[in-house]
Design a protein around this ligand. Structure first.
Ligand code: PLP
Length: 379
């Protein structure tokens, strides 16, 4: 139960274990083509161009930066944690002049702050991390994207900890590029960078005056490959991760079979139950109440309990993650609940958390966390 890599469905893992075909095999062309089509539905972007490239989520961020930034461009980062810092650093590497709008750790900058920044300079693009995995903050992507559009900037969303778990309506909200990685709510093992670029992002890339300064990440190398696979035609630039793409296609199929609305609602319910459980145990949370992610929960250690709690929860049978944000890493831990989880998983987390808290000498009403979570599921 960490915020990625998540636990994968057995059907997805079985697909990984199948013999690796040629990347030009008609069967594989069908898997790849279908996965691209399904990505459009999962990102809710009928007008978008999907890219599936071997790499991690950071490569997906790199593809956004490399293709959309030219030296001297101004970029604005709506920063809610560690991964906002990363996006800023990455764009600076491509020559952008980057400004950040920040809030206190655990909060998200107000839209008024974002608008004030947009009014003060002409930005080519605005990035926002929908869920910053270091803080568990859920950003207002719809609001940020609307402002970006109003001020003539591209809206770029790091959806690594959100796509297929949080509500993200790319086309409806005017998001120009969204990205994720296979190992999170999308539900396939690590190793794939997933990007959907909308028409305005592709237009900005086409209008570049300078070449893309990253050979592997260049849309120009990958676009013909994606178009070919979608047309079920053979093409080659770099050998696709055959087994991973096929596994991704299985997972995307499962996501769409569940239905996006139902999936988002399930993630909300799991999140509500987890948060009710930790609250009932007297644990405060890092993200403020108005901006809490539904794909993860980030509770503080209670008074008198330190980071050894994570190991004790592990000893009780559930793996959770320690803190990540440099400002408060040792003060909190992170529970991931994205993908194919069920209420039973959250109840298991609560059981293990209670055992670990008891082993740490923390005083609480035994069973309160499990009961509060169960109450949410039974309501
Ligand atoms: C919000 C967010 N962005 C980007 C990344 C980077 O992804 P990767 O570790 O796959 O490079 C992560 C990884 O956890 C993330 O949570």
């Amino acid at each position: 139960m960490i915020p990625g890599p998540i636990e994968f469905d057995p059907a997805v893992l079985r697909e990984m274990g199948k013999p690796t075909t040629s990347h030009l095999d008609p069967w594989f062309m069908e898997q790849f083509g279908q996965a691209l089509e399904r990505m459009r539905e999962v990102f809710m972007s009928p007008s978008g161009q999907p890219f599936i490239v071997a790499g991690t989520g950071t490569l997906a961020m790199d593809m956004a930066g490399a293709n959309l930034i030219e030296p001297g461009d101004r970029a604005l980062v709506v920063n809610t944690g560690y991964f906002g810092d990363r996006f800023g650093a990455l764009m600076e590497r491509y020559g952008a002049q980057v400004d950040h709008v920040r809030a206190e750790v655990g909060d998200m900058p107000a839209l008024e702050q974002v608008e004030a920044a947009l009014r003060s300079h002409s930005y080519k693009l605005v990035t926002v991390t929908q869920v910053d995995t270091s803080t568990g903050v859920l950003a207002d992507v719809k609001g940020v994207a609307a402002l970006a559009r109003q001020y003539g900037a591209l809206a770029v969303v790091d959806g690594v900890c959100s796509v297929a778990g949080e509500e993200l309506r790319m086309d409806e909200w005017g998001v120009d590029l969204a990205l994720t990685a296979s190992q999170k709510a999308v539900g396939a093992p690590p190793g794939l960078a997933l990007v959907v670029a909308g028409p305005r992002a592709l237009e900005a890339w086409r209008k570049r005056k300078t070449p893309v300064c990253n050979y592997y990440a260049d849309f120009g190398n990958w676009l013909p490959i994606m178009e070919a696979y979608e047309a079920r035609k053979p093409a080659y630039f770099g050998t696709p991760a055959v087994n991973l793409v096929a596994a991704l296609n299985v997972s995307l199929g499962q996501i769409l079979a569940e239905g996006m609305e139902a999936r988002i609602a399930r993630h909300r319910k799991l999140s509500d139950a987890c948060k009710a459980g930790v609250t009932a145990l007297g644990l405060r949370q890092l993200p403020r109440e108005h901006c809490r992610a539904h794909t993860m929960t980030a509770p503080y250690y209670p008074e008198g309990v330190d980071a050894s709690l994570v190991g004790k929860i592990g000893a009780a049978g559930v793996i959770v993650a320690g803190g990540l944000h440099p400002a408060c890493r040792a003060q909190y831990f992170r529970i991931g609940h994205m993908g194919a989880h069920t209420p039973a998983d959250i109840l298991a987390v609560m059981g293990a958390l209670e055992s670990a808290l008891a082993a740490s000498g923390y005083a609480f009403e035994h069973g309160a966390g499990v009961a509060a979570a169960q109450k949410v599921f039974l309501s």
